[in-house]
Design a protein around this ligand. Structure first.
Ligand SMILES: Nc1ncnc2c1ncn2[C@@H]1O[C@H](COP(=O)(O)OP(=O)(O)OP(=O)(O)O)[C@@H](O)[C@H]1O
Ligand SMILES: [Zn+2]
Length: 773
């Protein structure tokens, strides 16, 4: 290798930072130069007293070549720029880029004796020869040309510089064809042959200048032409990829560059070596590209496989694409009528449908036909409509297609209709089967023109058309479910469509008991648990809510470390659902606790000693939701009707709280805690007078809109309500005065135990001692 390599190793293995450091660390022999440059920083890079010499000029030139090469390998634009700038420096030139002075100091450090021409064996070179060489290498850079203006116009973009002006291909070939090369062929040949191994023309990243932006806008063909021009032969040959034209291109190149015959062999060898190098490089790139593609393809296959394998995902996937919207059917073998509790009437009505699905032919042979294609399940949320539909499919052992009405409600025109088409097509192909459309009202709601859903008619019309298109006894049963039957389009509920309505109501006390037993059997529970007591206290609960109640109780037992669920957990979760979670963290002072205890035991005493009041279930002073305490009463059965005496008793119980406060703490210390009690009592009294005809004075008449009544009637109603409330208050007062001792005992027991159940309340009121808990 050339001696230059002792300072600058033009090898890939040398880190760029080392090279830069090497250039920038002043050598002892060049210290005088450095010092003088520091005095004259803005003008020349060469101090005045050091006359420009061949040595001085050539050393940066060689440095530049090596730097450029190294830079190309490292793709570092900045060093690249820096090196290019050095190429144009003459000792007496001022180099500017834009309005910025470039490289005065670092340049001075290049003046190392190691790099002079003498060492290179080029000491005989005349300055004219150097000029000639440089002029042919870099036309326009030699003295007499304005360097500064060049830099101004080139916008310091490495790419534009190549493109517009020079290009390294010229550097090397011209170098070889120059007289200098002929005179000192051995030395320069060695440099050039080394340089050819470096992929020096791979353009590094650069600044975006006006010119480079224009370049980007140029067509690909133009760019290809440029590549041809600026790229070295080996890259060009490779890029064009036309092997046949390689030889031609090489010949042409040699001609245009005037390569002397003596050096043509060397040129060809360099060309071939470069070509092979580039080929190896591209081969490597292609290999890694192929590998990446293969990995991506395998990953894609795995992803699709996973998506299809997961039943949930596959259903979601299929139902949410417009192209294939039919839902996979599910066999419902594991759900039967046995699983649906407390809706006996509904089950009976659906039994007929199950028979039909089990054997549609039987109906045809007998000449009969099932008049119903569609069955509408109507009922509040969570009462088991979906469960019933599943049970129908399960009983008949036929496929079950589930679709939710909201799935058809698409913002894209026609998607909903096409989904319905697909759903019915698949169902028909798999008949006998059950199609279940949940939330039917969201697809089959009244077809009101609305700007929000301008194409909603399309979906419902499609549904109607599909239902009409059924042949008798085709074996497809459509079950729709809705919470709002009144919202359905009339066309949907006329005969031949959803003409059979099955009501699925909230379960009564028997139904609730059955549902509770069913779900209790799935968990561990204590034998003392009485599902009926819970059922009595959960009026209005749906099947789903009862299931949740049992589940919450099981969770509570687990949290408390119990082995099985007891009544306590069930009561706890019932209260939680009814009144919100306990607020154990709330700090309530003793005074307020005492008031609450007397208030709640006031309610309890009235309930206990009033004949027509509901039995007490529990009394507590544990804050829960918005309340500080409460007394819960349980009807023995669901009440379909209430008597006057029962209504009055309810009012009395409500009054018990305030009366207790007044009797114990005095009129001045009554609290706001009774407001909801009064709401309740007033509501009952008002209904008795205006709705139930239970007032002697106002008679058996209803007064629905009290605002429209005459002032006399209004005041009569008010008067009557007031009397009812006043009487109720007095009755409560009387009971509490009579049972003051029991009242006190109960309040104290509440203060001690916080919560008392029905049995414990009875023990206290009978004057017995409670067992310590
Ligand atoms: N009568 C019941 N017997 C047993 N379990 C029930 C009953 N009703 C509801 N459930 C339970 O509640 C869950 C929810 O009920 P389901 O989805 O069938 O109610 P739904 O009436 O369809 O409600 P929605 O109108 O909100 O769709 C069921 O999966 C079941 O576990
Ligand atoms: Zn109260």
């Amino acid at each position: 290798m050339f001696s230059l390599s002792s300072t600058v190793q033009p090898q890939v293995t040398v880190p760029l930072s080392h090279l830069i450091n090497a250039f920038h660390s002043p050598k002892s022999t060049s210290s005088s130069v450095s010092a003088s440059v520091s005095q004259n920083q803005h003008r020349d890079v060469i101090p005045e007293h050091e006359a420009p010499s061949n040595e001085c000029f050539f050393s940066p030139f060689l440095e530049v070549i090596s730097l450029v090469a190294v830079n190309m390998l490292h793709e570092n634009c900045h060093v690249y720029m820096y090196s290019v700038s050095l190429m144009f420096l003459r000792p007496d030139d001022t180099l500017t880029s834009g309005n910025k002075h470039l490289t005065p100091k670092p340049f001075s450090r290049f003046f190392s004796p190691v790099l002079n021409l003498r060492d290179l064996g080029l000491s005989e070179l005349k300055i004219g020869q150097i000029d000639q060489l440089v002029d042919s290498l870099l036309p326009g850079i030699c003295k007499g040309k304005n360097i500064s203006s060049h830099w101004h116009t080139s916008h310091v973009s490495a790419q534009s510089f190549f493109e517009n002006k020079y290009g390294y291909i010229d550097v090397f070939s011209t170098l070889r064809s120059s007289c200098l090369y002929r005179q000192h062929s051995r030395t320069l040949k060695s440099i050039c042959s080394d340089l050819q191994y470096w992929p020096v023309f791979i353009q590094s990243r650069s600044f975006k200048t006006l010119k480079s932006r224009t370049r980007r806008l140029q067509s690909t063909s133009e760019r290809l032409a440029e590549t041809q021009y600026i790229a070295p032969s080996f890259v060009k040959g490779f890029l064009l990829r036309d092997r046949g034209s390689d030889v031609e291109t090489l010949d042409k190149l040699m001609k245009t560059k005037n390569i002397p015959e003596a050096h043509q062999d060397a040129f060809k060898t360099g060309f071939a070596e470069g070509f092979l190098k580039a080929q190896a490089l591209t081969q490597k790139t292609n290999d890694s590209l192929r590998r990446t593609r293969l990995i991506l393809f395998v990953l894609l296959l795995l992803g699709i496989y996973g998506l299809l394998k997961n039943p949930f995902l596959s259903v979601r996937f299929r139902t949410t694409t417009g192209l294939d919207s039919a839902v996979d059917p599910v066999q419902m073998k594991n759900v039967t009528f046995e699983h649906v509790k407390g809706v006996e009437e509904a089950k009976q009505e659906l039994q007929e449908v199950v028979e039909f699905l089990k054997n549609p032919q039987k109906f045809t042979v007998l000449g009969g036909k099932l008049p119903k294609v569609g069955i509408l399940l109507v009922g509040p949320p969570g009462t088991g409509k979906t469960l019933l539909a599943r049970a129908v499919a399960g009983e008949a052992d036929v496929p079950f297609y589930y679709a939710s009405g909201s799935e058809f409600d698409e913002m894209f025109v026609g998607v909903g209709a096409s989904r319905i088409r697909n759903l019915f097509r698949e169902a028909k192909a798999n008949a006998p089967c059950v199609i279940f459309i949940d939330e039917l009202d969201s697809v089959g709601g009244k077809r009101i023109e609305s700007p929000m859903h301008p194409y909603s008619r399309q979906t419902i019309n499609q549904l109607l058309a599909e239902m009409d298109g059924f042949k008798p006894n085709e074996g497809v049963i459509i079950i729709g479910a809705t919470n709002f039957p009144e919202a359905l389009d009339n066309a949907l509920i006329r005969p031949g469509r959803f003409d059979m309505q099955v009501t699925v109501p909230r379960p009564d006390v028997r139904g609730r008991t059955e549902i509770l037993k069913w779900y209790l059997n799935k968990i561990k529970f204590d034998q003392s648990v009485d599902p009926e007591i819970i059922a009595r206290g959960t009026v209005g609960f749906s099947g789903a809510e009862l299931e949740n109640l049992v589940n919450q109780a099981a969770l509570k037992a687990a949290v408390d470390g119990k082995e099985m669920v007891t009544m306590k957990e069930l009561e706890f979760s019932k209260d939680k659902i009814l009144m919100g979670p306990e607020r154990r963290s709330v700090e309530i002072d003793n005074k307020n606790k005492t008031i609450t205890a007397y208030h709640e035991s006031g309610h309890a005493i009235i309930a206990y000693y009033t004949k027509d009041a509901m039995p007490i279930n529990k009394a507590t002073i544990m804050p829960r939701g918005p309340t500080l305490g409460h007394v819960s009463l349980l009807p023995e059965n669901d009440r379909w009707n209430e008597t006057r005496a029962q209504l009055l008793a309810q009012m009395d119980v409500s009054m018990g709280g305030r009366v207790a406060e007044e009797l114990i703490f005095g009129t001045d210390h009554i609290t706001t805690g009774a407001s909801s009690d009064f709401d309740n009592a007033t509501k009952i009294a008002k209904w008795m007078v205006t709705k139930f005809g239970m007032s002697e004075k106002l008679g058996v008449m209803t007064y629905s809109d009290t605002g429209k009544l005459s002032p006399e009637t209004q005041s009569a109603i008010e008067q009557e309500i007031r009397i009812l409330l006043k009487d109720s208050y007095e009755r409560a007062k009387h009971i509490l005065k009579t049972h003051a001792k029991e009242h006190k005992n109960l309040a104290e027991a509440l203060l001690t135990y916080e919560t008392l159940d029905a049995k414990e309340i009875q023990i206290v009121l009978e004057g017995k001692k409670l067992e310590l808990r």
